[in-house]
Design a protein around this ligand. Structure first.
Ligand SMILES: C[S@@+](CC[C@H](N)C(=O)[O-])C[C@H]1O[C@@H](n2cnc3c(N)ncnc32)[C@H](O)[C@@H]1O
Length: 499
């Protein structure tokens, strides 16, 4: 029996609920994509493997399909995904110009994924009617975004119907419906080499959004981009299945904006409505008047709200807060654009100190900076693991624990980000335990207990990552974490023998 069924809600439209109790980690949905293709606004990519391709200014490139001359690397010359559009482009003699805009976008490729959906619709009309036609596409709201709508209309609908000679097969309305369906419902996936693409899944696409999701998905590039949806925690019968359409480690105003502009709704989940973001203070500012109190939004889902101090009478407009946030975000973005280096690490520490007087220590800006630091400690020159003194290892440990603290609230249970953080955490813990033992601060018994704690941490990491495609970066990390766990287990056994 299926573990899900579709229900209708006047506010959310269709969503999925469980038909039985589902245990943490249990699979709820498994399906193959209806269609896959390049992301909207991508650069020039291979239409088979999505790797970036180099095209000269005059459109010169070796990576062109021999038949239609559209971008295709030599390894993908006979890939089935490309055959449909290849035939159309060849017949219509539409030349791929190879132009990219200043920001690196190749608009000529925007038509590919909608065209692939159109071709599957033609070959399997029943499946289209059953699975894709009922999907939401928010035409009314999309039309109001005049520039984007017009660009899609010209670059996709008119391009396919005009130069590609498909006017008799596909109407403008149908093409624009598919453009909307892809925007609202498609998932981003990565190939085994890490190149991005988008995939449209009929069932998984029905999932409702929540800023604290209760499911997690793995997409398997080595199995034709099959998707598997699992329970992140134990679920009751009849419980709505939810995942996050947005980045959970963004603050409420950022998540709200992304959902409004990209998915056309206002999220009214518990987390969004709570000014403290479930007690984490993920969007909380410091009061600039009394310095002791915290500034909290009076209504986080209303852009015209104001912010009030928890201790004094100070209040300020949401506009003022958003301006302060965008200044901080652009400072952070400048820093993030730098290649990892000792200078970048030091500047990140400096920025974190600077913001201490502006926002709560667990504010999302601070958590983002911590994530950057965690990645750099142990990996950049002068801060390599062998060079880190205990005090810096303790600092890395603390950074990891703070990120894990917010993840406990926003992604409770089986979360990929949590697994990555646990892996990062295990490194300073092992090194600190060993240096404590060598310096005589820790007895062999105390060392053993510490290493057993680390084994438990790696165990949880492997437990989460075991579901990933072994050919992906995450799947690879699972193997590495498993090896680290085995080595530590051996060390602990060795310790026991020595006692
Ligand atoms: C990926 S679709 C989900 C399936 C869709 N409800 C349907 O009937 O096909 C995303 C759309 O569902 C609605 N939706 C999903 N989660 C929602 C939520 N938490 N609150 C309000 N609307 C939501 C929004 O209209 C959103 O654009």
């Amino acid at each position: 029996m299926l573990k899900w069924r579709i229900v209708m809600d006047p506010l959310m439209g269709r969503s999925l609920v469980t038909t039985e109790i589902v245990k943490k980690g249990e699979m709820v949905v498994e399906e193959s994509p209806f269609a896959i293709g390049p992301k909207q606004n991508s650069g020039i990519v291979c239409l088979g493997c999505y790797r970036d391709l180099f095209f000269g200014e005059d459109g010169d490139s070796l990576d062109r399909c021999e038949r239609c001359d559209w971008p295709l690397c030599s390894a993908c010359f006979d890939i089935p995904d490309h055959l449909g559009e290849c035939e159309i482009f060849t017949k219509a003699k539409v030349h791929f110009a190879g132009n990219v805009s200043e920001d690196g976008v190749c608009t000529q490729l925007d038509c590919i994924t909608p065209l692939r959906v159109l071709l599957v619709k033609e070959s399997d009309p029943d499946r289209w009617e059953r699975e894709i036609a009922p999907m939401e596409y928010h035409n009314e709201e999309r039309r109001k975004m005049v520039d984007v709508w017009n660009a899609d209309f010209v670059n996709i609908a008119q391009y396919l119907r005009g130069p590609c000679r498909l006017a008799e097969r596909f109407s403008e309305d149908l093409i624009m419906q598919i453009v909307g369906i892809l925007e609202v419902n498609a998932f981003e996936a990565r190939t085994t080499l890490g190149y991005a693409l988008r995939c449209l899944y009929p069932i998984t696409g029905i999932l409702a959004h929540n800023c604290v999701p209760n499911t997690f998905r793995t997409i398997h590039p080595s199995e034709g981009f099959k998707i598997r949806l699992r329970a992140m925690c134990n679920l009751n019968e009849g419980q709505q299945l939810q995942h996050s359409y947005t980045y959970t480690l963004n603050g409420t105003s950022q998540r709200q904006e992304h959902l409004k502009n990209g998915k056309f709704f206002t999220c009214e989940c518990k987390r969004c409505k709570d000014p403290t973001e479930l007690g984490t203070n993920f969007s909380t500012f410091k009061c600039s008047k009394c310095e002791e109190g915290w500034l909290l939004s009076t209504n986080p889902i209303d852009r015209s709200c104001y912010w009030k101090c928890t201790l004094c009478t100070f209040q300020t407009s949401n506009n003022a807060i958003q301006k302060a946030l965008s200044v901080m975000q652009s400072e952070v973005a400048t820093l993030q654009a730098m290649d990892p280096s000792p200078q970048k690490l030091q500047e990140t520490e400096k920025l974190m100190r600077k913001y201490r007087v502006v926002v709560h220590p667990l504010h999302f800006i601070q958590i983002g900076l911590r994530q950057n630091l965690i990645e750099m400690y142990g990996r950049v020159a002068e801060y390599e693991l062998s060079e880190l003194p205990d005090v810096m290892l303790e600092h890395k440990e603390e950074l990891c624990r703070q990120v894990l603290h917010v993840l406990d609230v926003f992604e409770p249970g089986l979360s990929r980000t949590r697994a990555m953080m646990l892996y990062e955490l295990h490194v300073p813990l092992v090194l600190l335990a060993k240096s404590g033992f060598i310096s005589g601060v820790l007895t062999a018994e105390a060392l053993k207990l510490k290493l057993l704690d680390v084994i438990a941490i790696l165990n949880e990491c492997v437990d989460i990552l075991q579901y990933e495609d072994p050919e992906t970066q995450e799947g690879n990390l699972c193997k590495v974490a498993q090896q680290a766990k085995n080595q530590l287990t051996q060390s602990v056994e060795g310790l026991t023998v020595a006692e």
